[in-house]
Design a protein around this ligand. Structure first.
Ligand code: SF4
Ligand code: SF4
Length: 379
C-alpha cells in the first residue's frame, strides 16, 4: 500500500509539473564583456559595449521577480564580472533559485575557482553547472574562438574543476559544442575524445543560431547531421549511465527513458527543422515559462527575438513588464509567426510543459528507438 501511495504521489507530481506553466527559467546575459572573438558568436555586435547592469540594479530587478527554479548565466563571459558570486547570492536569497548554470569559455581559471569556492562553501543547497564551450580539437577551437591558446586554458580549467567535484558534490561540469559548417566533420571524434579523456557529467551539442559574425558557418549540411546525431545518441547513453549509477531500478528506467528521449526529441526536430520537414510538436513557451534578461536591462522573450522593453523604463519592476501589453503582443506574434528554431533551451522548456509530448511523443520515440534504432526516430 505504501509503495502504491508513493507511485501515486510520484505520478501526481509529474503531471503537476507538466501543467505548471509559471515563469521559472531565466537566461541572464550578465555582461557584454568578453575576452574572446568567436566567429560563431551571435552576440558579437554587443560585445564589450558599456552599460552592464550594476549589482544594485540587478538586486532591484530580482526583488520584483517571482521564484525562479533555474538561471542560466551567459554573456559575454560571465566570469569577467567580479561580482558574479554576489549576483548568485541575490537570486538565491530573493528568488529561491538553487540551480545555476554558467555558460563559460573557461579561460579565466582563477576567477572561476574563486566563484565556485565562495558559493559552494557557503550554500550546500546550491547546484552549479559549469558549461564549458569547446568547439573542437585545439587547432579548430582556437581558430573558431579567434584567440590562440584558448583551448589549452579551457581544457586546463576543466580538469582543475573536475577534480574539485569530490569536495563539492553540487558542482557539475559539462561541455557544450556548437555544430558549425566548419567543425561538423570532426565533432564525432572530438565527442569520443571528451568522453575518453575527461571526467565530465554531460556533453551537449547545439546547432549554430542567430546571426553570427561569420554567416557562412551557418551552412550546416543537414544530411551530415543525421549520421552525427545517430552516433551522438549512443554517446549520451554513456553519460546517463554515469548519472543513474546509484538509482533504484524504477528511477533508473524512467531517468534513462527521459534523458535519452530528450536528445531524441531535440535531434529529431533540429534535423527536421533544418531540412524543412516539420515544426515543433508543441507551442513555444518563450515568454511564458522562460525569458531573457540582457546585460543592459533589456528584456526579450527568447534569445532570438527582439527586445520588448527595458527594465529601466519600468523602474526595474519585472512584474510590471511581465504583465505589460508589450509582452502580450510579443506572445501573440510568436504564436502567429511560428518561428520554430533549433535552440535547445526553449525546445527543452517548452516540451516539458506539453502533455502531448511528455505522455505520448516521448514514450513513442523511445520505443521506436529501442526497436528500430536512432535513425528511424530522427528522419
Ligand atoms: S561566443 Fe561567448 S566566448 Fe565567444 S565571443 Fe561570444 S560571448 Fe565571447
Ligand atoms: S520558437 Fe525559437 S525563435 Fe521562436 S520564440 Fe520560441 S525560442 Fe524564440
Amino acid at each position: 500500500m505504501n509503495k502504491l501511495l508513493k507511485y501515486f504521489y510520484y505520478i501526481r507530481n509529474f503531471i503537476a509539473k507538466i501543467l505548471d506553466k509559471k515563469f521559472n527559467f531565466l537566461i541572464f546575459f550578465v555582461t557584454s564583456k568578453c575576452n574572446l572573438k568567436c566567429k560563431d558568436c551571435f552576440f558579437w555586435k554587443e560585445i564589450n559595449k558599456a552599460g552592464d547592469l550594476t549589482l544594485e540594479e540587478i538586486e532591484k530587478i530580482s526583488r520584483s521577480m517571482p521564484k525562479i527554479i533555474a538561471i542560466l548565466f551567459s554573456g559575454g563571459e560571465p566570469f569577467l564580472r567580479r561580482d558574479l558570486d554576489k549576483i548568485i547570492e541575490v537570486f538565491y536569497k530573493n528568488n529561491k533559485t538553487c540551480s545555476f548554470s554558467i555558460a563559460t569559455n573557461g579561460t579565466l581559471i582563477d576567477e572561476i575557482m574563486m566563484v565556485i569556492k565562495v558559493i559552494l562553501e557557503k550554500y550546500q543547497d546550491i547546484i552549479i553547472t559549469l558549461n564549458f564551450s569547446l568547439d573542437g580539437f585545439k587547432k579548430k577551437h582556437d581558430d573558431i574562438k579567434g584567440v590562440p591558446g584558448s583551448y589549452t586554458r579551457t581544457v586546463s580549467c576543466l580538469n582543475k574543476l573536475s577534480s574539485l567535484r569530490s569536495k563539492y558534490p553540487n558542482l557539475r561540469i559539462t561541455v557544450n559544442t556548437v555544430i558549425l559548417k566548419d567543425n561538423i566533420d570532426e565533432i564525432l571524434n572530438f565527442a569520443q575524445y571528451i568522453q575518453r579523456e575527461f571526467d565530465v557529467d554531460g556533453h551537449y551539442f547545439e546547432i549554430i543560431r542567430g546571426e553570427p559574425k561569420d554567416t557562412l558557418l551557418k551552412d550546416v549540411p543537414y544530411n551530415k547531421l543525421l549520421n552525427l546525431y545517430w552516433r551522438l545518441v549512443k554517446l549520451q547513453s554513456y553519460y546517463i549511465e554515469k548519472i543513474i549509477a546509484n538509482d533504484n531500478m524504477v528511477s533508473k528506467f524512467f531517468n534513462k527513458l527521459y534523458y535519452i528521449s530528450n536528445f531524441l526529441l531535440l535531434y529529431r526536430y533540429q534535423y527536421r527543422i533544418l531540412s524543412g520537414k516539420s515544426r515543433w510538436p508543441m507551442q513555444c513557451l518563450a515568454g511564458v515559462v522562460a525569458g531573457v534578461l540582457d546585460y543592459d536591462g533589456n528584456f526579450k522573450l527568447c534569445e532570438l527575438r527582439k527586445n520588448i522593453a527595458k527594465l529601466q523604463d519600468y523602474k526595474y519592476d519585472f512584474k510590471k513588464l511581465w504583465f505589460s501589453i508589450l509582452r502580450r503582443k510579443e506572445l501573440k506574434r510568436i504564436k502567429v509567426e511560428r518561428c520554430d528554431c533549433t535552440h535547445v533551451c526553449f525546445i527543452d522548456q517548452s516540451y516539458k510543459h506539453s502533455m502531448k509530448v511528455m505522455l505520448f511523443i516521448i514514450p513513442y520515440l523511445y520505443l521506436k528507438y529501442r526497436i528500430f534504432g536512432v535513425k528511424s526516430v530522427i528522419k
